[in-house]
Design a protein around this ligand. Structure first.
Ligand SMILES: Nc1ncnc2c1ncn2[C@@H]1O[C@H](COP(=O)(O)OP(=O)(O)OP(=O)(O)O)[C@@H](O)[C@H]1O
Ligand SMILES: [Mg+2]
Length: 472
């Protein structure tokens, strides 16, 4: 029987990171891990020093979990022959990531950045590219200075496509990530006020996103949102790298243009003009913003040489994840209630998108639209205004009742018409009984706030309530 080629050998790793290894150089390594809780037998553990924890303390646990080897700083005290010693284990992870990128000569590499929708777009790409070849993509939101090199280090040599999420909170953070990824294709989903506390203006945020082109391979493609006010600014930056610009959006002349979207029980039905040809496809998740992202996905698929018909068909499998807009329907004798769990992340752009999506839900399916909202964090001085400004979208989307919890969101709650006020509490826990009491069969309930607004437990309680016979 032919054994599959290992991801790395110990010798290859030692060479890539200029490390000292005493193990047999031919010893196989199945993967690279920085977390002993998820490490699989045969993987290489990299001991990284974090803010709170030092990975070196977990080296024994890594070997207990079956690690094939461990990359450690030279001063780590142990005589285990499975260690690979380097000057700095964190730099070694980056070196390994670069080596992985260098050895993939046939893989088409795609980087996804933007103020919202990176993970969703990355997951959609994973689905859309799969019919055309082997896909390697970032896990979860592994988009930072350790997530990116870790994802690179785990990329198999024979992947047809590599899909990388790249994120930033500050100017200057995307440049080194992009230079490590060296994408052939870079997507900027959107530019919006997120982490604005670290920037002086939205234009500065756009410029920080444009750093994704710093590592773009010459002659690569930049996939840009034509509906966004910073399209031209991003396009100019991309052209400086000789990139081909591919536009997507609702704007006329978009290369990948949205013509029509409607919500269906299973997600969104899309009609789009893709380079002059009309296509119809369905997404397994509802929302105009996700449809927008899907256009970027198909544009990237085309630029990567993948089959876009098959890619569009695969998007029916796309689901929003828990905490990121997942829909769950609870049914009982008295009727049904839908819960939209968007409790892990919120900023003005995604809040607006979530409210608009709620507004697209047909009244025949759900008679009453309820929003349970928490604070949007990291918005700096204008935070209050960003919260208050949501009132307009609540009105436009025909939201019937709003519950709110948190200091910042009170600025919104205060300006809502009395008839829409469902309840306010400074602590989310206090809001729970009031929300549970208000829910009726036929409602759709959307829960959204920043992770720090702590609405996730409320979602859990709401779901438990609906499962435990509230509808019978
Ligand atoms: N194009 C978009 N515009 C506005 N909101 C969007 C867009 N795409 C996705 N969202 C919403 O943004 C939220 C976060 O989505 P996702 O997790 O994909 O983003 P992300 O950029 O990976 O976030 P993070 O920075 O936390 O990794 C979800 O509520 C999602 O519905
Ligand atoms: Mg993410």
């Amino acid at each position: 029987m032919r054994v599959a080629e290992p991801l790395w050998t110990v010798g290859e790793i030692a060479k890539a990171i200029r490390g000292e290894a005493s193990q047999d150089g031919e010893a196989p390594v199945a993967g690279v891990s920085i977390d002993t809780r998820t490490l699989q037998p045969g993987e290489c553990f990299v001991a990284i020093r974090g803010i709170a924890l030092d990975g070196h303390e977990f080296v024994p646990a890594a070997f207990e979990a079956g690690a094939a080897c461990a990359i450690v700083d030279r001063d780590y005290e142990s005589s285990d022959p499975r260690l690979i010693r380097v000057a700095d284990a964190f730099e070694a992870l980056q070196d390994l990531g670069r080596a992985a990128r260098d050895r993939t000569t046939r893989t088409r590499i795609i980087a996804v950045t933007g103020s919202a929708g990176k993970t969703g777009t990355k997951e959609a790409l994973r689905l859309a590219l799969a019919p055309s070849g082997k896909v390697h993509a970032s896990a979860k939101s592994y988009n930072n200075h350790w997530g990116v090199p870790l994802t690179l280090a785990n990329m198999p040599k024979d992947a047809a496509f590599g899909v990388f999420e790249a994120g930033m909170n500050h100017a200057g953070e995307l440049t080194p990530l992009s230079r490590m990824i060296r994408p052939h294709i870079a997507i900027v989903t959107t530019v919006a006020p997120v982490h604005i506390g670290h920037f002086n203006s939205l234009a500065e945020i756009a410029d920080a996103k444009a750093e994704i082109f710093e590592g773009l391979e010459l002659g690569g493609a930049a996939i840009l949102n034509k509906d966004n006010e910073f399209f031209d600014r991003l396009a100019t930056a991309a052209k400086a790298r000789n990139a081909t610009i591919v536009s997507f959006g609702e704007a006329e002349n978009s290369d990948f243009r949205l013509l029509h979207v409607s919500l269906t029980p299973e997600g969104s039905a899309v009609e789009a003009d893709l380079r002059g040809k009309t296509h119809s496809y369905r997404l397994g998740a509802p929302g105009r913003h996700l449809v927008q992202n899907s256009l970027a996905v198909l544009a990237a698929a085309e630029a990567a040489g993948a089959d876009i018909e098959a890619g569009a068909a695969a998007l029916l499998q796309w689901r929003a994840q828990a905490g990121r807009g997942e829909w769950q329907v609870f049914e009982g004798a008295k009727g049904k209630v839908a819960v939209v769990d968007d409790a892990y992340n919120a900023n003005p752009a995604s809040m607006r998108a979530a409210l608009e999506t709620l507004g697209l839900v047909p009244r025949e399916a759900y008679g009453r639209r309820i929003a349970v909202l928490g604070d949007m964090l990291e918005l700096g001085e204008s935070a209050e205004a960003f919260h208050r400004d949501l009132a307009k979208f609540i009105d436009e989307a025909g939201i019937d009742i709003v519950f709110a919890s948190g200091e910042l969101i009170s600025a919104l709650y205060d300006v809502l018409p009395e008839g829409k006020k469902g309840g306010y509490a400074s602590e989310p826990g206090e809001l729970v009984p009031r929300v549970l009491d208000a829910i009726r069969p036929g409602d759709i309930v959307m829960v959204k706030g920043s992770y720090g607004a702590r609405l996730a437990p409320l979602v859990t309680e709401l779901k438990r309530h609906l499962e435990d016979g509230a509808l019978n």
